[in-house]
Design a protein around this ligand. Structure first.
Ligand code: NAD
Length: 437
């Protein structure tokens, strides 16, 4: 095992930079402020609520994670955003329709004080959106320079000791990795040539990494999932995480599928459909943005069930995912799953899941946890992809050649064992033979 790193203390303010200030972005910011004022519980956040068992079950040591490791305090968080739509936090939260007035009105002044900076935005990559709050520049490299200036200015104006950046922007159109993404040199040259293979979310990721700011991607588009940016982050000791927050239907899938597999039940088909009516739903109504999302959602079952190892159980699994834009539902989406499973002697059974879900309510604690854990990783000198944060993602980034782990229970164990390691404690194996010696 690698030596435990020295962790720098969490002193001073932590700036949390959010490109994209829509449903998820405003729900995080409002929730943190409501939590700070004791107006609402921060349910769903491991950094705020979860304990961690240390040592043997007989030792009775189970502190809160935030007491075990030096995480930034909520009081020390300051928020900065970019968005092509110039609405402040209050207006944007009202438009998003996730939180109710009785939660927003008491913190209106605070929310109004969070105003998005002009974005690096190009309608080519998010076709169903447009907005006037957009930077102009000679080429994509010049836009990256402007973002880097924003980052430095935000840090000094808000007296931040450290920063993290989490992409909460829209899902961009489907792009593949290509030659421009191979090395930092090719990436920078492509930006200078306005190469179409460089999407806005990649420019934010580049700006963050070059400024030494940890970066996570909450959407399924590539963003920092590129050899050039992964290597740059590794070399500079900048933590990276991605992609696509694990919420809603995929969260249910990664909870249920490991259970079926653990019991060696076969699965013939898994049909998932959703109706949702928020801005994200409108963006995903564009087939090119949906393709990016679809790929992220489909890979989950394949990795959990390992059909190549269990061809008789999962070899013929038919997996289908649909997202339908349906405005009346707003952010309160409904996701149906029909799962056709097979048991003893091949007898067929069906499971129906109807999840009346609030996606942004599930995403917000993920953003808070990622901000605090990425900052912790940075203070521990852990650069590059943080696979231990896969727990939070639908489509986890991994080292080249390594398949991603999607099983939420394995991901959770890995996350907590990494925290134990960071805190100088032994990882838990759950072997437990010593209790019976
Ligand atoms: N809501 C969830 O639970 C959830 C779960 C997983 C992933 N996601 C992803 O998180 C992202 C945000 O979701 P949301 O529900 O908040 O969507 P949203 O549409 O409400 O907000 C996204 C915001 O990003 C802005 N934006 C688009 N391009 C930008 C750019 N280049 N720079 C800065 N801002 C930009 C848009 O103007 C919009 O305000 C989406 O990509 C979504 O797919 C959301």
């Amino acid at each position: 095992m690698s030596d435990r790193p020295e962790i720098q203390p969490a002193e001073g303010r932590l700036g949390v930079l959010l490109p994209g200030f829509g449903a998820v972005g405003t729900t995080v910011v409002a929730g943190v402020e409501a939590g700070r004022r004791g107006l609402a519980p921060l349910t769903g956040s491991l950094t705020q609520l979860q304990t961690i068992r240390l040592g043997k079950r007989t030792e009775g040591r189970a502190p809160l994670i935030k007491e075990f490791l030096p995480l930034s305090e909520l009081e020390d968080l300051v928020f900065g955003t970019w968005d092509p739509i110039p609405d402040d936090g209050y207006e944007s939260a009202l438009e998003a329709g996730v939180l109710e007035r009785h939660h927003l009105d008491p913190i209106e002044d605070f929310l109004r004080s969070v105003k998005p900076m002009p974005a690096v935005f190009d309608k080519e990559y998010v076709r169903r959106l447009d907005g006037p709050n957009v930077k102009k520049g000679e080429n994509k490299f010049a836009l990256a320079e402007q973002l880097r200036e924003d980052i430095r200015r935000f840090k000094s104006e808000n007296d931040c000791a450290r920063l993290v950046m989490i992409w909460c922007g829209s899902t961009e159109i489907y792009l593949r990795r290509g030659a421009a993404h191979e090395t930092l040199e090719s990436f920078e040259a492509a930006m200078k040539e306005n190469d179409p293979s460089i999407a806005p979310s990649m420019i934010y990721a580049y700006a963050a990494i070059m400024e030494g700011v940890p970066y996570a991607n909450g959407a399924p588009n590539l963003s920092a999932d590129l050899p050039a940016l992964e290597a740059a982050a590794q070399e500079r000791g900048v933590p990276l995480g991605g992609k696509d927050f694990k919420t809603g239907q995929t969260l249910m899938k990664t909870i249920l599928a490991p259970g079926f597999k653990a019991r060696m039940l076969g699965i013939d088909g898994w049909f998932s459909t959703n109706i949702l009516g928020n801005r994200d739903g409108a963006v995903l109504d564009d087939p090119d943005s949906f393709k990016t999302k679809e790929e992220s959602k489909l890979s989950v079952l394949e990795h959990i069930l390992q059909p190549e190892m269990y061809p008789e159980l999962y070899g013929d699994l038919y997996h289908k995912v649909r997202i339908n834009y349906y405005p009346p539902r707003g952010d309160n989406k409904e996701g149906w799953d029909n799962i056709d499973i097979r048991g003893w002697m091949g007898y067929k059974m069906q499971i129906k899941v109807d999840f009346l879900c609030r996606d942004s309510i599930l995403a917000a604690p993920i953003v808070l946890d990622l901000a605090l854990f990425l900052d912790l990783a940075s203070r521990a000198g852990m650069g590059g992809i943080q696979e231990w944060l896969s727990f939070y993602f639908k489509s986890p980034q991994t080292a080249p050649g390594l398949y991603p782990e999607h099983d939420i229970f394995i991901q959770h164990r890995k996350l907590k064992n990494t925290l134990r390691w960071l805190g100088g404690e032994e990882p838990l194996t759950h072997l437990g033979l010593e209790y019976y010696d």
